[in-house]
Design a protein around this ligand. Structure first.
Ligand code: UDP
Ligand code: MG
Length: 155
């Protein structure tokens, strides 16, 4: 059971929101069978502090300042999705970091062109998912419920 409750942090970046891709992106996670645990509504313009923390591992990379600026340039849709292997499968659904290397059928492969405007974030490990979820959400913002489709999605 615990494995089926793995969680990942997914955020639609400002370019994804501005380009009207919120519905298409949420639809892919919904139709896959993952469970929506939390979503910030209305979308939030993240503070510089939060974004610097979120991307702290990249602080020495040349694109770090530009990345923080881009991520704070408009509203983002922050979400938590749950399901078996959702971290790894979520990354597969996103595609590669660089949209140019992302296969058609993936979110980045289908909807964007450049690495600095790649429309979506997804946690890269269970450990970073837990860190990111606690950075963006309070515990009481995560909702527990049994999906009525659960036994139709899992054996
Ligand atoms: N990024 C960038 N230039 C690069 C590499 C990354 O602008 O050369 C941005 C891009 O938006 C990416 C984010 O930095 O999504 C975080 O980089 P990471 O390597 O963690 O990629 P991700 O986990 O998002 O695929
Ligand atoms: Mg990353």
């Amino acid at each position: 059971m615990a494995a089926k409750q793995e969680r990942t942090f997914i955020a639609i970046k400002p370019d994804g929101v501005q380009r009207g891709l919120v519905g298409d992106i949420i639809k892919r996670f919904e139709q896959k069978g993952f469970r929506l645990v939390a979503m910030k509504f209305p979308p939030v313009i993240a503070s510089e502090d939060l974004l610097k923390q979120h991307y702290i591992d990249l602080k020495d990379r040349p694109f770090y300042n530009g990345l923080v600026k881009y991520m704070g340039s408009g509203p983002v849709v922050a979400m938590v999705w749950e399901g078996l292997n959702v971290v790894k499968t979520g990354r597969v659904m996103l595609g590669e970091t660089n949209p140019a290397d992302s296969k058609p059928g993936t979110i980045r492969g289908d909807f964007c062109i450049e690495v600095g405007r790649n429309i979506i974030h997804g946690s890269d490990s269970v450990e970073s998912a837990n860190k990111e979820i606690s950075l963006w959400f309070k515990p009481e913002e995560l909702v527990s419920y049994q999906s009525c489709a659960f036994s139709w999605i899992y054996e």
